[in-house]
Design a binder for this molecule. Structure first.
Ligand SMILES: Cc1cc2nc3c(=O)[nH]c(=O)nc-3n(C[C@H](O)[C@H](O)[C@H](O)COP(=O)(O)OP(=O)(O)OC[C@H]3O[C@@H](n4cnc5c(N)ncnc54)[C@H](O)[C@@H]3O)c2cc1C
Length: 446
């Protein structure tokens, strides 16, 4: 079975002629920004080519973590986890957020050294993570006799429910006055006298003083059409959800063999035997030089291949498309990017699950799916105004960890658009760092 159903969001039939902010993309980055903009009283339209949360924002593990993040993201993700914790009370909706704690365990001294250095760096931010001894690592992974030498744990981190959270936030934005338009692709920007003046959608043009591009894997292609370079490439990842099974944890556990997270229905979301797959594509080739140092340092966690993504999808060649004809965003097979899961994940993953936790032997998979993860060269997102096109703002490049930071990122994007004091210093998230020729920092995410 492919991905289980995601909560549906009500659509607004009529496209507004004018809004204050047009948001391109109904993933967590776009929806969270729209929520905060609507809360500030702005007229907002969310334009989504497929369905709210149907791409990365529903396909993820649901982890909302400060632990092991790049230092540049720590203040923002800390604010984000606070927002997650308050959203249900603030909006009266269910996001499935729970502070379950997240645990990483290992048999490797090198992992311990990396984590120790992160924990000591993160102390200046009052992060809650702490190192685990071998005995504590065993106690934190009951039923798994993995011979751990130690670990690291963050009791204040947690998980939300990706099948529910972004749709619930979209409905909350809608109640505050935002309009939502699904199956409404944006073909391009309307530009007047060098300034963004709106968006051209498949259903007509909307005038807007500001436009937020939160297009996930599609952002780089979209920007290229307007002469803006965003170094971005994608990695295909595969996960599966089990049927309800006995409890070995109520939170999330990462071991060298397998990663599991308990879902509210008693199933586990599992990643195992799963090196992200990088496919050779025109967009990947274009930006290869910028990704090379990161690739070298993460060589063991990725595999390479080629497939139809060379010709179709966000990393394919797109040319200089016209806005008065259907674009690739409207192709039926691209309305929702739904990459096939990699073979060889589910079967070996279930075997590893049983080996790691004998109590879970016989557990069956309920659904297996793929996700197309967009990444920047330093694995830190871009949340910034685009100087070359006044009126355009970007919130994208979440590099495999945008769900947890999403609410905070939405608030930051809204602050930048509103011109109000930003919740955190936005400097680390500028686009310039990736395109001005200065050396690109290695990812600090572990
Ligand atoms: C298997 C997997 C596991 C993950 N686990 C975690 C995790 O545990 N924790 C975590 O924090 N993150 C995790 N992530 C990453 C996280 O899911 C993403 O970083 C995050 O969802 C990105 O959100 P987004 O809004 O930027 O992009 P998306 O959710 O991909 O949304 C972008 C939207 O823009 C729309 N769009 C694009 N172009 C147009 C256009 N021209 N017109 C209209 N609409 C358009 C798309 O249709 C899409 O719906 C995981 C990802 C995957 C795939």
């Amino acid at each position: 079975m492919a991905i289980p159903p995601i909560d549906r969001v009500q659509d607004d039939a009529a496209l507004p002629a004018e809004v204050d902010v047009a948001v391109i993309g109904g993933g967590i980055a776009g929806v969270a920004a729209a929520y905060f903009l609507a809360k500030a009283g702005r007229r907002v339209a969310i334009l989504e080519k497929g369905a709210i949360a149907a791409e990365q924002s529903s396909r993820n593990w649901g982890w909302c973590r400060v632990q092991n993040r790049d230092e540049r993201e720590i203040p923002l993700v800390q604010r984000s986890v606070e927002i997650w914790a308050n959203l249900a009370a603030e909006t009266g909706a269910d996001y499935g957020f729970r502070r379950t704690g997240l645990v990483y365990v290992t048999r490797s001294q090198a992992d311990m050294a990396k984590w120790e250095s992160w924990v000591s760096m993160a102390r200046q931010y009052q992060a809650h993570s702490r190192m685990l001894t071998a005995a504590e690592a065993r106690a934190a992974t009951p039923g798994n006799d993995g011979a751990w030498i130690g670990g690291v744990a963050s009791p204040r981190d947690g998980m939300a429910n990706p099948f529910k959270a972004v749709p619930a936030l979209a409905e909350a934005a809608r109640r505050l006055g935002a309009t939502i338009h699904q199956r409404c692709a944006v073909r391009g920007l309307d530009i007047t006298a060098g300034r963004v003046s709106g968006v051209v959608t498949e259903r007509g043009t909307i005038r807007a003083a500001s436009v937020l591009l939160a297009g996930g894997a599609w952002s780089s292609m979209f920007l290229r059409r307007h002469g803006v370079d965003l170094p971005q490439t994608s990695v295909r990842s595969t996960v599966f959800l089990t049927e309800p099974a006995p409890s070995v944890t109520e939170g999330g556990i990462n071991t060298p063999d397998i990663t599991i997270g308990r879902r509210a229905n008693g199933g586990y979301i599992v990643a195992a035997n799963n090196r992200g797959r990088i496919e050779v594509t025109p967009n990947g080739i274009r930006h290869a030089r910028k990704f090379w140092p990161t690739l070298i340092s993460r060589w063991n966690s990725v595999s390479f291949g080629a497939g139809r993504s060379f010709f179709r999808g966000p990393d394919a060649w797109a040319g200089n498309w016209s806005f008065d004809r259907p674009t690739m965003f409207e192709r039926e097979d691209m309305r929702v990017l739904d990459p096939a899961p990699s073979p060889g994940v589910e079967g070996p993953g279930l075997a590893q699950l049983a080996k790691s936790w004998p109590a879970l032997a016989g557990t069956k998979a309920a659904a297996t799916w793929g996700g197309w993860i967009d990444s920047t060269p330093d694995a830190v997102p871009v949340i910034a105004p685009i100087d070359a096109l006044p009126g355009l703002f970007l919130s994208t490049g979440y590099s495999g960890h945008g769900f947890g930071i999403g609410p905070g990122a939405g608030r930051l994007a809204a602050d930048l658009i509103l011109g109000t004091p930003p919740i955190v210093d936005p400097t680390p998230f500028k686009l310039d760092r990736l395109i001005d020729g200065s050396p690109i920092r290695e990812p600090g995410m572990i």
